[in-house]
Design a protein around this ligand. Structure first.
Ligand SMILES: [Zn+2]
Ligand SMILES: [Zn+2]
Length: 435
């Protein structure tokens, strides 16, 4: 189902048409000179790292020769010092922009390159084209950039790309671990959409059926296409890339990341922050999202066994905020932290509301896919289905299950499970089951 644009939607809003130009097809990198010309007059500056330069540099150079258009290229990082979106890379691009005065920036790569490209283009007030080389994560369209500043991951508001080029020949050749991470990130919408619906039932939060059905359609079709994706068929890679871009597009239509980032993403936020703050590197974003889905599916199954009378009788004590901050190696409370969730009074006031709407909540929980199905799908594309393959020790995993919900104020099924006493009761079982 498509999202209606430019006319009144049943949700009460008018969704604007997407301004980003998206080209998804085999051989799409050849369109870069034309798309760049449509978006800006000046010479395009194209950013690569050594890997993406080997992958697409020659095809892009040939396309500019064929189009008879000038261009500039900058290869960031080297074989000995791999590219990172850090101060050194920023300075290199800033110096080149000052020297060459380009009319547009294009970044050839995946997450890190796109983060850097959006940042420098935004800073210089130039249009930006993302040339995707791996269907690995859902951040291509996000108007934010995560950079490594002083060795720490810092997120900045930047801008969504003005153009996206997704070449199916290039994407289908990406390493399977990147493909499987992207798969899990898209399939993760099957739980984030339920979190969004739960917020509508519990708090009357804004919700749009057209957006929800649209995102769910893509995620479900991709889930069913896991076998084809393992074979890297062009159709399934296209569906995957559409799903990754659709995440950002739905955020654009809704004005929040509700449709695409729920409980499963809180799990990835927790793991990513903890690992970065420990000075290590987290597992692939999508792979942690996949584990997050398994956790939610287990909890949803237990919650489905409760009746409204059980809900009224539950006991629950929130975690100690100091302890959660210490686990994450944080000295102060981050601005977007879920502070209200540490308040037992707020939860106590919510309990009668949860009980009175239990039938509607059950209807939402019913739609969460069963854990064994999720595990099967992840296994089919070769994504990790246990903590060892994911690279998470049992202690980190236990803290993650119990405390991921505090990463944001956003209310999800993780909070519901915690407030109903199910999370505490099940955490150890879940960690053991997926060890
Ligand atoms: Zn709508
Ligand atoms: Zn994601």
């Amino acid at each position: 189902m498509a999202i209606p644009t430019g006319v009144a939607c049943a949700c009460g809003r008018v969704h604007e048409p997407l301004p980003t130009k998206i080209i998804i097809r085999a051989g799409a990198v050849e369109s870069l000179p034309i798309l760049a010309g449509e978006l800006a007059e000046g010479v395009p500056l194209v950013l690569f790292d050594p890997v993406t330069h080997r992958l697409a540099g020659e095809n892009i150079a040939r396309a500019f020769i064929r189009a008879d258009k000038p261009w500039e290229r900058l290869v960031l990082g080297s074989e000995s010092a791999p590219f990172e979106p850090n101060e050194a890379a920023l300075e290199a691009v800033r110096a080149t922009i000052k020297d060459k005065q380009p009319g547009l920036v294009a970044g050839v790569g995946a997450g890190a390159m796109n983060d850097l490209g959006k940042f420098v283009a935004h800073e210089a007030g130039l249009p930006y084209i993302s040339v995707a080389t791996a269907p690995s994560m859902d951040g291509y369209m996000a108007p934010i950039s995560a950079l490594l500043i002083g060795g720490v991951k810092v997120t900045y508001d930047t801008k969504a790309p003005d153009g996206v080029i997704a070449d199916l020949d290039v994407l289908a050749g990406a390493p399977m671990s990147l493909v499987s991470a992207g798969f899990a990130d898209v399939v993760g919408k099957l739980t984030s959409l339920r979190d969004w619906e739960l917020a509508r039932v519990l708090f009357g939060e804004y919700w749009c059926r057209a957006v929800s059905d649209h995102v769910e359609g893509i995620a479900s079709r991709l889930f069913a296409a896991a076998g084809a994706l393992a074979e890297r068929s062009h159709d399934s890679v296209r569906l995957l890339m559409e799903g990754l871009l659709e995440a950002g597009i739905s955020v654009f239509h809704v004005g929040s990341s509700r449709p695409t980032s729920g409980s499963e993403h809180l799990v990835s936020h927790y793991v990513e922050m903890r690992r970065f703050n420990e000075g290590g590197r987290p597992p692939a974003h999508g792979h942690v999202v996949g584990f997050g889905m398994l956790v939610i599916a287990e909890l949803a199954e237990k919650m489905r066994g409760l009746r409204a009378e059980d809900v009224r009788k539950t006991r629950f004590t929130p975690a100690d905020m100091e302890q959660v901050l210490a686990e994450l190696r944080l000295d102060e409370v981050p601005g977007n932290f879920g502070k209200s969730k540490f308040d037992a009074e707020i939860r106590d006031a919510r309990l009668p509301v949860i009980a009175s709407r239990w039938d509607d909540i059950l209807a939402v929980l019913e739609k969460v896919p069963p854990a064994h199905k999720i595990r099967e799908g992840l296994a089919r594309v070769g994504a990790p289905t246990n903590l060892r393959d994911l690279g998470l020790d049992p202690e980190t995993a236990m803290d993650t299950v119990l405390h991921a919900r505090y990463m944001r104020e956003r209310y999800t099924m993780l909070d519901l499970a915690a407030e109903l006493g199910v999370l505490e009761a099940q955490a150890a079982n879940i960690v053991r089951k997926y060890a």
